[in-house]
Ligand binder design. Sequence first.
Ligand code: FES
Length: 169
Amino acid sequence: MYTFLKTLLLGRPEGLRSRLRARIHGSCKASPQTASGAPSGKAPASPVVEGAEKSLALKKEPPRDVTPPDGYEVVLHKDALEAGRIIEIIIGGTAIAVANVDGSFHAISNTCPHAEGPLGEGTLDGSVVACPYHGWQFDVRDGSCKTNPYAKVTTYPVQVVGNAVCVKL
Ligand code: FES
């Protein structure tokens, strides 16, 4: 019971909230990557590495030689996230989840509308991500919720430019 409450309040040991706390306090174990550095006026995107498995999937740095479309940010190298994977990315201080559905990239809010579970830490099955907290399911293509028809998550436009996956908040 204590572990459950601790996880609910503070997040999982390797989850987004724990990593953000560690980053703020200067002892983050993850190795954040930066985006293209293209001028946009926003802080660069920073993929949040979730465990060794996803860390391996993110071994390619976001391309720095790509100018994203107006209003977009480079968030990933297109080969960095394997098909069937989803990952949390911090872009301009906002946490989003980027998914690769059979080579097509989609971006949604990272925050589950049920109880703020981190969707980027969920499990992707086809185009549907299951929230790691209580299992609500969302289609990453349109943000619709399969579990509760009244719930929805924000989707963000995605464009692939060269090797860069670009997202517009
Ligand atoms: S937080 Fe409960 S299903 Fe996402």
